[in-house]
Design a protein around this ligand. Structure first.
Ligand SMILES: Cc1cc2nc3c(=O)[nH]c(=O)nc-3n(C[C@H](O)[C@H](O)[C@H](O)COP(=O)(O)OP(=O)(O)OC[C@H]3O[C@@H](n4cnc5c(N)ncnc54)[C@H](O)[C@@H]3O)c2cc1C
Ligand code: FES
Length: 335
């Protein structure tokens, strides 16, 4: 069994041929992953100090820049261990644990977004930062089949980490989201790993532009509620894109939030609302509304969450209006 050294700790023995992801998981080290090890998400990248590993796969060459591959960055789910390997892993990731709990509520915010409320067991203690996500274990097939792992962002702030909420959009034919929508019922046990992710509020006082669509509301809801609880007041506009009025949700909650947080404005934007409907709010793509309302974004920061297409479109508009790219923070909900 080849030795694996992590952050200069004493070596652990791992089976030859295992991926770095599998070898670490077998020793309770849960690396980030949004695609369950399928090589799509790129989130399992780890720094290899030295090691006898399989050569980079085409999947790795697609996800990791050639210069980073040359410096030893590898996809943990793709690189397989042949001989002795030494890794560098972020201490925050080393602290990630598997958690259990129970589904205590399931409602539908729209026909395709389920709102889950989970009671998390006290041990091991779970703590997270607003904006982070978990790897949810979908028990799509009965045990002993392996659970499918999918990333879902906490939709609640961290003041009560023993009760978390998730917003899960149904992806047609999607393995985990279909199981959550169709099969998962209140009372069922839940397991997840986490927390993961670097999407969170910066420490500046810069005015904020939030942009999200669909279940992308989840981490922004966590961030704004966290700000309110902590008394952080920064001018903030949250643009929320949806197709029609039927796709909007939590409008009463955001109206109440605006009353408590005079620094905050919620701006729903509808892209496919019929022209003759009574809707008097913003219309068009969410990014068009940002462009119309905010001609100068110098000195501001943006927090984006949703599909890669929406994030790319938003990035182009924000930077064209004077926001430096490194003031734009985002989480792409994609594999
Ligand atoms: C950091 C992060 C946080 C996330 N947070 C959330 C969240 O809070 N709420 C939420 O609903 N989702 C979130 N996602 C997406 C989620 O992890 C899954 O990708 C999604 O639920 C689909 O999983 P599935 O098993 O149902 O589909 P799969 O069986 O994995 O995929 C089925 C098909 O759908 C395509 N597909 C997969 N994911 C998507 C997608 N998101 N949109 C469109 N097509 C897709 C696949 O390419 C495939 O063709 C997040 C993703 C990331 C990376
Ligand atoms: S877990 Fe390796 S790319 Fe997603």
């Amino acid at each position: 069994m080849p030795p694996l050294i992590i952050n200069s700790a004493p070596p652990i023995e791992v089976p030859a041929g295992a991926s770095i992801l599998e070898a670490c998981a077998a020793h309770g080290i849960l690396l980030p992953s949004a695609c369950g090890g399928r090589g799509f998400c790129g989130r399992c990248a780890v720094g290899v100090v030295s090691g006898d590993l399989t050569a980079p796969t085409p999947t790795e060459e697609n996800k990791i820049l050639a210069e980073d591959l040359a410096k030893g960055l590898r996809l943990a789910c793709q690189a397989r261990i042949h001989g002795a390997v030494e890794l560098r892993i972020d201490p925050e990731v080393m602290a990630v644990r598997r958690h259990t709990g129970k589904l205590i509520g399931k409602t539908f915010l729209t026909p395709d977004i389920a709102h889950l409320r989970i009671a998390v067991d006290e041990k091991p203690p779970f703590a997270f930062r607003a904006g982070q996500y978990i790897q949810f274990e979908g028990t799509v097939a009965p045990p002993p089949a392996k659970p499918v792992l999918r990333a879902y962002s906490m939709a609640t702030d961290p003041s009560d980490p023993l009760h978390i909420e998730l917003m899960v959009r149904h992806v047609p034919n999607g393995v985990c989201s279909s199981w959550i929508h169709e099969k998962l019922q209140p009372g069922q046990p839940i397991a997840f790993r986490g927390p993961f992710g670097t999407f969170h509020l910066s420490g500046t006082q810069a005015p904020m532009v939030g942009i999200a669509g669909s279940s992308g509301m989840a981490p922004l809801r966590a961030i704004f509620h966290d700000m309110l609880k902590k008394g952080i007041q920064r001018p903030a506009k949250f643009f929320f894109g949806a197709r029609t009025r039927q796709d909007l949700f939590l409008l009463d909650e955001w109206a109440e939030f605006e009353k408590q947080a005079p620094w905050f404005e919620f701006i729903p934007v509808l892209s496919h609302e019929p022209p003759d409907s009574p809707w008097t709010g913003e219309r068009g793509m969410v990014t068009d509304a940002v462009a119309r309302r905010l001609p100068d974004l110098t000195g501001q920061e943006a927090y984006l969450c949703g599909s890669p297409g929406m994030i790319d479109a938003a990035m182009a508009i924000l930077t064209a209006r004077g926001m430096p790219a490194d003031h734009v923070f985002y989480d792409k909900f994609s594999v």
